[in-house]
Design a protein around this ligand. Structure first.
Ligand code: ZN
Length: 150
């Protein structure tokens, strides 16, 4: 008699056991709903890089007011080129309950920056100003979800 015909059954038994282990482990390790010192440490690690870009963000407004489109675009692709990666890293450290909203706001922020970039390329000052303000609003709403900025 071959053992081959029992292998699929063994596979199913192992899969069921693995599922049970994952499910039981999952319910035992609770998802934190408040910031523990360990999580805060992570948040603090990625906060300064984002704070630096938030501090520099209003430089864009000055360029828009002067219709200095070359500097608007080099600022977006230069110093703000790191924004997406830095904001994403910070968002990943937030509590599970805040993460989806933070990630949605981060995405909005990039969309407004892309539109600002496009408005600058076309020399559209009114649209550029609107997108700048929208980007800033979403940036600050994002930071409101981050304990180190509250
Ligand atoms: Zn928005």
């Amino acid at each position: 008699m071959s053992m081959g015909r029992f292998r699929p059954l063994l596979g199913i038994v192992l899969a069921v056991m693995a599922t049970c282990l994952v499910a039981c482990g999952g319910s035992a390790a609770k998802i934190p709903t408040t910031y523990t010192p360990e999580i805060l440490q992570q948040v603090e690690l990625y906060s300064p890089a984002v704070a630096e870009l938030r501090d520099r963000f209003p430089e864009l407004q000055g360029y828009i007011q002067k219709q200095d489109w070359v500097d608007v675009q080099s600022f977006i692709h230069g110093p703000m080129g790191e924004l997406r990666a830095r904001v994403n890293r910070l968002a990943a450290t937030l509590l599970t309950k805040d993460k989806p909203q933070a990630q949605a706001l981060a995405k909005e922020l990039y969309v407004h920056l892309e539109r600002l970039d496009e408005a600058a390329a076309n020399g559209q000052q009114v649209i550029a100003g609107q997108e700048y303000r929208n980007a800033l609003d979403d940036f600050d709403s994002f930071l409101n979800l981050v304990p180190t900025f509250q």
